[in-house]
Design a protein around this ligand. Structure first.
Ligand code: FMN
Length: 380
């Protein structure tokens, strides 16, 4: 992996001054306040435009087109940060090439009982057990009505989590839930991400392990008058044989543009934080500890899929231009981040784009798409 000759050193104002203050507060409280502040900022006329002018990356090599959508740069905000689409304007001001909101379900959901978010600073990781709280598709559709945004907005859809004591939904109810959300929200989306693999709910983990359910869901969604591409967020534990089955099903649905891996509900290897500090937390680990095995999963999927048809969006521990570049060389056409925003602060997006452009130039690639999959070996 080539190294940047002069990696930029970010003045660590966020890490030194702001982060220690934020980390004194409860993680979920801090997350909620950051969304509230961003929502307010987004309402100040012209504020987002000015911010975006200051930080946006307009380097031609970063421009890319994926599933027919044009992106100014390949670095997006991952789902889960702005669950109900309240702060899209301000977040796009940070220099992201796209914003994915959600996960959004047909009915509003309070998610899992609190506490449900923890920081693991030694690993630059989070442990998340949110369980998909969101305001529901109807209310979010009303919010998005008439708004326009500086970057493409992906909308991540999921089955409603009615809570741990609810009667489990039937297969038809689960599929209806996605279909209702897709009908309500697709007019506002550049793409829909079908979250088929929430690590924090029982339905999310198991239902789409049965490929017949996936087939039925795609049939129903394809029958809707929807003009945007679909991406599927699948479980990272999905083995090669199951991936082959998923690919075979998707081959019959032109609207499917690609895939992404979700967090793992089970993997906790490679953590430096002592087990005593995290073993009682339910939930999934995000951030740096997921980086390398996620890259491996991406490379595997890239090997298996029809590269003329499908594209991969990748997340998992992206903190630097080198991390983004590695995911691209492993087969991703776009990358996303969440946890780096918490640990590295809002300027991380600008820095990743700057470093990524330098790495592409150093290796002689004129565009992001030229670099996609270049580290993947196809020998058997
Ligand atoms: C606090 C938190 C909440 C998340 N919520 C969602 C969600 O609602 N839907 C979803 O598809 N992914 C969700 N994710 C997963 C992220 O979209 C992303 O795939 C993952 O965190 C890996 O990226 P990262 O290492 O940069 O955080 C969440 C992640 C975190 C940390």
């Amino acid at each position: 992996m080539p190294k940047l000759e002069n990696p930029s050193v970010e003045p660590p104002v966020y890490q030194r001054l702001i982060r220690p203050l934020l980390f004194r507060c409860d993680p979920e409280w801090t997350h909620d306040r950051s969304i509230a502040v961003a929502e307010l900022f987004g309402r100040v006329p012209g504020a987002t435009t000015v911010l975006r002018r200051l930080v946006r990356s307009q380097q031609p090599c970063l421009r890319t087109t994926v599933a027919g959508i044009e992106f100014e740069n390949p670095v997006g905000l991952a789902a889960g940060y702005d669950k109900s689409g309240r702060a899209i304007s301000a977040l796009s001001g940070l220099g992201f090439g796209h914003i994915e909101i959600g996960s959004i379900s047909a009915s509003p959901s309070a998610g899992n009982p609190r506490p449900r978010l923890w920081r693991l600073p030694r690993d630059e990781a989070l442990c998340v057990h949110y369980g998909l709280p969101n305001q529901g598709a109807q209310r979010i559709a009303v919010r998005l009505q008439g708004q326009s945004f500086a970057v493409p907005v992906g909308i991540n859809l999921v089955n409603t989590n009615f809570g741990p004591d609810a009667v489990p939904s039937s297969a038809d109810q689960i599929i209806d839930d996605y279909v209702r959300s897709a009908s309500l929200l697709s007019p506002f989306a550049a793409y829909l991400m079908l979250n088929l693999s929430c690590p924090n709910t029982a339905d999310g983990r198991d239902f789409f392990g049965d490929t017949d359910s996936l087939n039925r869901l795609l049939e129903r969604i394809s029958a809707l008058p929807i003009a945007v591409p679909l991406f599927l967020k699948i479980a990272p534990e999905t083995n090669d044989a199951s991936i082959d089955r998923i690919l075979a099903i998707c081959d019959s649905f032109d609207r499917v543009g690609g895939f992404m891996f979700n967090l793992s509900p089970v993997r906790r290897d490679g953590l430096s934080t002592p087990p005593a500090e995290w073993q009682d937390y339910p939930g999934a680990i995000s951030g740096v500890p997921t980086r390398h095995w996620m890259d491996q999963r991406i490379a595997n999927l890239y090997r298996q899929m029809d590269k003329t048809r499908y594209r991969i969006i990748a997340a998992g521990g992206v903190c630097s231009g080198a991390d983004a570049y590695q995911k691209i060389r492993s087969g991703a056409s776009l990358v996303q981040l969440f946890t780096a925003l918490i640990y590295r602060g809002p300027r991380v997006v600008q820095r990743i784009n700057r470093e990524l452009a330098a790495l592409l130039a150093q290796d002689g690639y004129r565009t992001v798409s030229e670099a996609v999959g270049t580290s993947v070996s196809f020998e058997t």
